[in-house]
Design a protein around this ligand. Structure first.
Ligand code: FAD
Ligand code: SF4
Ligand code: SF4
Length: 345
């Protein structure tokens, strides 16, 4: 069977390649930076006990991919040009050193992933100007590199942490009404790790609604069974520098009554998922339609199938989702590509 070209080697792309390999179908993955995608910068939150954040799912796929003789890898590289349609595609791939090579494929899977929401775009958060306001992505990276969450510029750990949920999601003022579907999960897992590292730490959650992530974990149950965890059902309105030099979250009730506030050492912004910033050119090159947010359109009744015959889309390139869903999505796209190339489902 002809080869499948996979653009983007994050969880969705790797899962697609592995799923094709299980069916004996060869693939070539073109990855711009490093295999594993976003998960490469995320921390295992199981330093004391596994909290099922699923980050290792991506790491395991990278290892599995390297062992497969059916998966060719071109990294760091990008597809510069694409000719052909239906079941014959000719891609020109350019590596970061400038070396060009041509790849032929019978089908294409686009899995170029996501961009975390940039909180500078929401001025009310004062991200970058008030010390002690960090993104979840920064928290993940600090945990990954330092094993703890030190306060910026100080050699001590935060004693009181506020999680602000739905940052850059479900906010019509920002023109984004969708739920990012991963941030309830990762913030809870981060909070669970922080609590395990230091049971005395105080954690407050500023949230509108809770999106359940797995059968075992529920924010309400966890909060009830943990000391010093406060759930604040609210709409955060602003983050400022408090008069005690700490960060101050101002918030209203979900229906917008009475502004209240609380002070914390550290605020973690649970930023949502946006399409990868530079996914536009590759989508245009492939002739793919995108929705008003920039995600590649696929049929609701037939996920991963795009407007272009022979081109499929998987993972956060088509909708916000967590690692488990991205992995499943890659397998679905692989199944569709396999059927398209004449294999049976
Ligand atoms: C702050 C944060 C924390 C998160 N924590 C968790 C968590 O703990 N658990 C969880 O389940 N989910 C978590 N998520 C969600 C998780 O990151 C996504 O579900 C997952 O990364 C989606 O996988 P993907 O393969 O679709 O995209 P990505 O992981 O983004 O992979 C896309 C890949 O494509 C590559 N690429 C992009 N453009 C091109 C191009 N033009 N050519 C070639 N390659 C390209 C990229 O370099 C990247 O390697 C988190 C998200 C955020 C924002
Ligand atoms: S699921 Fe998450 S917490 Fe558990 S081992 Fe894997 S990376 Fe660590
Ligand atoms: S997953 Fe949770 S925090 Fe993220 S947008 Fe949805 S409700 Fe908000």
């Amino acid at each position: 069977m002809r080869k499948v070209l996979i653009i983007g080697g994050g969880t969705a792309g790797l899962s697609a390649a592995l799923s094709l390999a299980e069916r004996g179908v060869p693939s070539v993955i073109v990855e711009k930076k490093a295999f594993g995608g976003m998960a490469e910068d995320l921390a295992c939150k199981g330093k004391i006990e596994c909290v099922r954040c699923d980050v290792c799912l991506a790491h395991n796929k990278v290892a599995e991919m390297k062992r497969s003789p059916l998966i060719e890898r071109i990294v760091p590289a990008e597809v510069q040009d694409m000719l052909g349609e239906l079941d014959f595609f000719l891609a020109t791939v350019t590596s970061s050193s400038g070396k060009k090579q041509q790849v032929t494929a019978g089908a294409v899977i686009l899995s170029v992933g996501l961009e975390p929401f940039d909180p500078h775009l929401d001025k009310r958060l004062n991200y970058g100007s008030v010390t002690g306001v960090i993104t979840a992505f920064e928290a993940e990276k600090r945990l990954l590199q330092e094993g703890q969450l030190a306060l910026a510029g100080e050699n001590k750990t935060a004693r009181s942490i506020g999680f602000v949920q739905c940052v850059g999601s479900r906010d019509i003022r920002l023109g984004v009404d969708y739920c990012s579907r991963a941030c309830c999960k990762y913030s809870l897992k981060l909070a669970q790790l922080l609590k395990k590292l230091d049971p005395e730490i105080e954690i407050s959650y500023y949230f509108m609604d809770w999106r359940p992530c797995d059968a075992q974990d529920d924010l309400y149950v966890w909060a009830k069974s943990s000391s010093k965890v406060e759930l604040v059902r609210s709409r955060p309105s602003e983050i400022v520098l408090g008069d005690d030099g700490r960060t101050e979250v101002r918030f209203t009730s979900p229906i917008g009554e009475n502004v209240e506030s609380r002070h914390h050492d550290l605020i973690i912004l649970s930023q949502g998922i946006r399409p990868a910033l530079d996914s536009g050119p590759v989508c245009d090159m492939l002739g793919l339609e995108r929705d008003e947010f920039g995600f590649v359109k696929s049929l609701e009744s037939n996920p991963c199938v795009t407007n272009k015959s022979g081109v499929f889309v998987a993972g956060c390139a088509r909708a916000p989702m967590d690692l488990v869903d991205a992995s499943n999505d890659g397998a679905i796209a692989a199944g569709k590509a396999y059927a398209f190339l004449g294999g049976r489902r």
